[in-house]
Design a protein around this ligand. Structure first.
Ligand SMILES: NC(=O)c1ccc[n+]([C@@H]2O[C@H](COP(=O)([O-])OP(=O)(O)OC[C@H]3O[C@@H](n4cnc5c(N)ncnc54)[C@H](OP(=O)(O)O)[C@@H]3O)[C@@H](O)[C@H]2O)c1
Length: 291
């Protein structure tokens, strides 16, 4: 069912494309822009208008939704005239993971243009994005929350509203530290099982369904056992997220003695050419013999 809300989606990678499709299904008009046009073009058959540039996408739109790799990418895309092009009461929903410093930069950019800014990173990966089951960690001005809900409701199953813009980002960093640590220890556990002659599939089977058997361990652990890493969340972006955690920890005088070596593992995986594989490919660094 069509409604009269227009959303400019900048960034139609793994997450942005799925989110754009759900916005269309919810009846909103979507104008999609992606740096490499080829990734936005398939959305045309779903009903999106593919824009030539960010300003073209944002012209008179009610919402600007950014879902790009990092702060530099968001800034680069948005600086091209997207903010002044928005409708007068247009709202910027910044949903990429950009960390504390990045969020501050983007918040200032929004303020410079007098545009309301909602910091809204998400939990959930490719499949939850496709199913409209993301969890949105939203923070920003009270007066735009209700209108923002229609977008968040279309891409997610739950919106957690926090306080001022930046609180969503901080909670996201905390969750990301949990994920990065889990991945590191899971990779090493699978490698350890193999090293001492235990079938790692048996390990996953044993913990399944109990308090130790996180669904996440099953998904990522199975990739490691099968040594097949189709990308839901790339190792490059996991490394970026680990770096954002470490930046914040450093700024708050906290030494992360677990996250640091796991981050180094991601560096190793990326240097070995596995950056575009799923983050579970960090396992490869636990089994250097397998390359
Ligand atoms: N995937 C997940 O599971 C997941 C979960 C939660 C949050 N996130 C966050 O969501 C954001 C998007 O992730 P994703 O997995 O969708 O990433 P992705 O598939 O790698 O897509 C990245 C997007 O950023 C664009 N981009 C990169 N550098 C750019 C630049 N300098 N200028 C303009 N565009 C640029 C890419 O354009 P090109 O196509 O031209 O390269 C692409 O549209 C990231 O912040 C990520 O951390 C991801």
């Amino acid at each position: 069912m069509a409604n009269d809300t227009t959303v400019a989606v900048l960034g139609t990678g793994i997450m942005g494309a799925a989110m754009a499709r759900n916005l269309i299904s919810a009846g909103m008009e979507v104008r999609a822009w992606n740096r490499s046009r080829g990734k936005a073009a398939p959305l045309e058959k779903d009903g999106a208008k593919v824009a030539n540039d960010p300003a073209d996408a944002a012209r008179d739109a009610n919402f600007l939704l950014t879902m790009l790799s990092d702060t530099d990418a968001v800034e680069e895309a948005v600086r091209g005239g997207a903010l002044p092009a928005l409708a007068e009461d247009g709202v910027w929903l910044q949903m990429s993971t950009v960390g504390e410093v990045g969020n501050e930069r983007l918040l200032r950019l929004a303020a410079d243009h007098g545009v309301a800014y909602v910091d809204a990173p998400v939990l959930g990966t490719k499949q939850p994005a496709e199913q409209g089951q993301l969890i949105v960690l939203a923070s920003g001005p009270e007066e735009v929350r209700e209108q923002s809900e229609q977008v968040f409701g279309a891409v997610g199953s739950k919106t957690v509203w926090l306080g001022n813009a930046g609180e969503g980002t901080r909670l996201k960093l905390v969750v990301n530290n949990w994920i990065v640590g889990l991945l590191g220890v899971l990779a090493e556990t699978v490698a350890f099982a193999e090293a001492i002659g235990v079938d790692p599939a048996k390990f996953l089977e044993t913990i399944e369904g109990g308090p130790l058997g996180l669904p996440y361990a099953q998904i990522k652990g199975s990739m490691m056992v099968e040594e097949d890493f189709p990308t839901s969340f790339s190792a490059n972006l996991a490394r970026k997220d680990a770096g954002l955690v470490l930046d914040s920890a450093r700024a708050h005088d906290l030494h992360m003695r677990i996250t640091e070596p796991v981050t180094a593992r991601f560096n190793e995986a990326i240097q070995a050419g596995h950056g575009e594989e799923d983050m579970a490919a960090v396992y490869r660094t636990a089994r250097p013999d397998r390359g």
